[in-house]
Ligand binder design. Structure first.
Ligand SMILES: NC(=O)c1ccc[n+]([C@@H]2O[C@H](COP(=O)([O-])OP(=O)(O)OC[C@H]3O[C@@H](n4cnc5c(N)ncnc54)[C@H](OP(=O)(O)O)[C@@H]3O)[C@@H](O)[C@H]2O)c1
Length: 319
């Protein structure tokens, strides 16, 4: 049983804790907040058997925790990850993993030196439908990939965290990291950013960002947009020489459908469980990897996180 400590009792931490209720492989052992009453209330609502820690340092130093799930705002991921790793605690870090590639490199450097497990909580990557789509492509069911597109938009412009440069707000860091991970998953790692267009607020926050990517050899083109101002369909399509795969919700796959070149439906697979069940897979992956002594999750290796961080730096510099 993997004993998880939650660091930061916010919105996503609550969903994750609810998704893990009754899980046979993962248990929430502790929750830490900067405020004692907040942590107590969080535990009572979402994980009544968990120990309550006032202050993140106490959770990081606790003996009884196997993995700390870092669910603080983007600009704090680095500081909190380093603190936990220095206490030899394995960590699962919310996306975006860090604010820059330099921060990501530094986290992995500290983890490698200590043999500590680190993974990015890029939840779609751990979901069975992600692996299924990759399997279809590897089996040649759509032929060579030529074109990839995806969008991700939520009407969340009023959320304070997303409007704060100090907390790493903006649509790209909140949502674009998913479309970039989608691009890397289906276009391959040898891709570059060719164009970026962002609509920015006076604070510097990007409300909407559209961008294009292409493979280094020019054979695959990708187009993506993200927005914090509207609920979009959140769909993705991977088009190959002989067919295509359509994804319903690239943020939390609900369905993938395989079509021939003439648009005949050949196969489709739907996600199991309710919406929040999508969070379970990343924790089960951590449990499995840690039990085997791995320091990386196979579904989200360090190289992928570093590549995303590098692309994030490029896209943000081009806005
Ligand atoms: N995977 C997903 O689907 C998903 C969805 C939403 C967000 N996220 C990611 O999860 C992280 C947290 O997002 P969220 O929406 O849960 O944010 P949130 O509701 O604002 O919660 C963040 C928590 O971080 C802690 N915190 C520490 N320093 C803080 C500061 N200076 N200001 C505000 N909070 C601070 C607070 O916990 P205490 O007060 O308890 O200390 C707060 O409740 C972000 O990195 C985000 O990108 C992922």
């Amino acid at each position: 049983m993997l004993r998880v400590g939650i660091l930061g009792c916010g919105t996503i931490a609550a969903k994750v804790a609810d998704s893990l209720k009754g899980n046979k492989n993962v248990v929430i052992e502790g929750v830490a907040s900067r405020e004692r009453n907040k942590a107590k209330k969080f535990a009572a609502l979402h994980c009544p058997d968990a120990r309550v820690f006032t202050g993140y340092e106490k959770l990081a130093a606790s003996e009884d925790i196997d993995l700390i799930y870092i669910a603080t705002p983007n600009t704090y991921h680095y500081e909190h990850a380093i603190m936990c790793i220095k206490e030899y605690k394995n960590v699962l870090i919310e996306k975006p993993f860090a604010m820059s590639k330099a921060e990501a490199d530094s986290i992995f450097f500290e983890a490698k030196n200590r043999g500590v497990f680190v993974a990015e909580a890029m939840w779609p990557s751990y979901q069975p439908l992600h692996a299924k789509a990759i399997e279809w492509i590897e089996k040649g069911r759509i032929g060579a990939v030529k074109y990839v597109t995806a969008n991700l938009g939520y009407d969340i412009a009023s959320v304070p965290r997303l409007n704060s440069p100090m907390l790493g707000g903006g649509s790209y860091l909140d949502l674009g990291v998913y479309t970039t991970n989608f691009a890397l998953s289906f276009m391959g790692d040898d891709i570059r950013v060719s164009r970026v267009f962002a609509r920015k607020l006076s604070s510097g926050i990007d409300r909407d960002t559209t961008y294009s990517m292409e493979s280094e050899d020019g054979s695959i083109l990708g187009n993506f947009y993200v927005t914090m101002c509207a609920d979009t369909d959140k769909d993705g399509v991977v088009v190959g020489e002989r067919g295509k795969i359509k994804f319903t919700n690239i943020n939390n796959y609900r369905k993938i459908a395989l079509y021939s070149q003439d648009d005949t439906l050949l196969d489709e697979v739907e996600a199991k469980g309710n919406y929040i069940h999508g969070y379970v897979y990343e924790f089960e992956s951590c449990a499995k990897a840690i039990s085997k002594g791995f320091i990386q999750a196979p579904e989200m290796p360090w190289a992928r996180t570093i590549k995303i961080a590098q692309i994030n730096d490029t896209i943000r510099s081009m806005m």
